[in-house]
Design a protein around this ligand. Structure first.
Ligand code: ATP
Ligand code: MG
Length: 445
């Protein structure tokens, strides 16, 4: 992509309305525009990051056998009357009436609708286990939308729902979700700690939230610092083996890690003092097992092997896809701007031409652009008639992991500069070597 033909409305001034760094940087980097309180347009750069996050979520869901569907944003109120939540949900639910006086709502979550799909098509234990998920916009009329996309009213969520014959199988589905979530967050460069949580309007006893540590987080957290060292890495785990999956979950939940809602001061006090941490976190996901809470009132039943009919056991599992964009920035930035982890970067690498119009520099940049593209990478080439300083400032602000700088002085020696946004290290090398090094960083050597 050539920046001269792109739409990247960066702001020079720091927007006064933004209270936290991720919101400020998203506005300054031209990623989003607020259209109403808690409702945003996604501009091209922001949309690219959102799509990268979505792609990782899809891959990790499908890796463990979960099946994508797409349910609508608008739902009939009658479904929610069946579960009893239409009245119980309160003012966070946006209620709408159509021209025929039918009550609709903009879905804040989809337990009822997925249960309706299940009961319409499935009636036997032979069709279980089943996990369906979608990535769809939600609306919750939050009393205090703030912090940009972190607490929006309209926001993008991945929500998945498991259907199992009994509690044992449903707990395996719960654990499998935990495993897939751990891998999802790791691929985004995040440390998201599963913490025992309270259930709220979704219901159920077994529930964990995933929290990214950040001083601007809205949740108060208490944890054993050793929990921040745990990594899944690239170990292979058979996601159909309940014991193997449980072993991983046990490893990640054995150490003390709780939100203020479930915090137990006595237990916490037993930790060695130097490992006792108290801070704040951003909730980027939550998983629930709630048994037959929806299947029973809504009549979602299956026949068992011995011919009985029982309500199906369910759980629901959410990832805050749009919130993650902000959470990643909270976890990864410096005073100059965003530092995207490679897994979610909007462009893989920036090319800065320090002397636009110089024949040698222009043609070297074109060559690098083509070579990167041929390797399947997506570069952003700053080909504007701008001072070098302004180009560097833009690249630092939008946070691409790598930058290749091209100018007549280096080219005279056959060299360009490759710089890493995270470490700040820069090295001179041939254009070919720079392209290879970037390709290697993305596993496309
Ligand atoms: P919170 O406690 O932050 O209000 P929640 O517990 O009500 O969130 P869930 O029902 O668990 O939310 O939804 C799943 C995920 O969706 C959350 O973990 C969070 O990452 C995301 N999410 C929830 N509410 C919002 C919001 N208003 N804006 C952006 N993302 C949200
Ligand atoms: Mg939650």
């Amino acid at each position: 992509m050539r920046l001269s033909r792109y739409f990247l409305p960066v702001l020079k001034e720091t927007p006064a309305e933004a209270q936290i760094v991720s919101h400020r940087l998203m506005l300054r980097a031209g990623m989003i525009r607020q259209q109403a309180a808690g409702i945003y347009s996604w501009l091209p750069l922001g949309l690219r990051v959102l799509r990268r996050i979505e792609a990782i979520v899809h891959e990790e869901q499908q890796r463990v056998g979960h099946i994508p569907v797409l349910m609508p944003t608008l739902q009939p109120a009658d479904l929610w009357r069946e579960s009893g939540r239409y009245d119980a949900y309160g003012q966070e639910m946006l209620r709408i009436r159509d021209r025929h006086d039918r009550d609709l709502l903009y879905g804040p979550t989809n337990e009822e609708m997925i249960t309706d799909i299940f009961r319409a098509h499935i009636g036997s234990y032979r069709d279980l286990p089943l996990t369906l998920y979608h990535i769809q916009w939600k609306f919750r009329d939050e009393i205090r939308p703030r912090f940009g996309v972190m607490r929006g009213r309209e926001f993008l969520m991945k929500d998945g729902y498991n259907f199992d014959l009994d509690k044992y199988a449903a707990i395996h589905a719960y654990n499998r979700h935990m495993l897939s979530y751990l891998r999802t967050y790791e691929r985004m460069g995040l440390t998201a700690i599963p913490m025992r949580a309270a259930s709220g309007p979704i219901g159920g006893d077994d529930t964990h939230e995933f929290l990214v540590l950040a001083s601007t987080g809205e949740s108060e957290v208490f944890y054993d610092s050793a929990v921040t060292e745990l990594r899944l890495g690239d170990r292979r785990i058979d996601h159909d083996d309940p014991a193997a999956v449980k072993a991983v979950c046990d490893e990640f939940t054995a150490l003390y890690a709780r939100t203020d809602e479930t915090h137990d001061p006595e237990l916490f006090a037993q930790l060695p003092e130097e490992r006792r941490y108290h801070g704040r976190g951003i909730e980027v996901g939550q998983i629930f097992y709630f048994g037959t809470k929806y299947s029973e009132p809504m009549g979602a039943t299956v026949t068992t092997p011995d011919g009985a009919r029982v309500p199906v056991h369910m759980g629901s599992h959410g990832i805050g896809v749009s919130r993650l964009v902000g959470a990643i920035i909270e976890a990864s930035h410096d005073e100059r701007g965003i530092i995207w982890p490679e897994g979610v970067a909007p462009f893989h690498v920036g090319i800065v031409n320090v002397k636009q119009g110089d024949h040698g520099a222009d043609s070297a940049c074109e060559g690098i652009l083509n070579a990167l593209t041929a390797r399947g990478l997506e570069p952003l080439y700053d080909d504007r008639e701008e001072r070098a300083g302004a180009k560097f400032a833009t690249m630092d602000l939008i946070g691409l992991p790598w930058r290749i700088t091209v100018g007549p002085r280096g080219l005279a020696k056959g060299q360009v500069e490759l710089a890493c946004r995270r470490t700040g290290e820069a090295e001179e090398m041939s254009p070919e070597a720079a392209v290879s090094r970037v390709a290697e960083a993305y596993g496309r050597a």
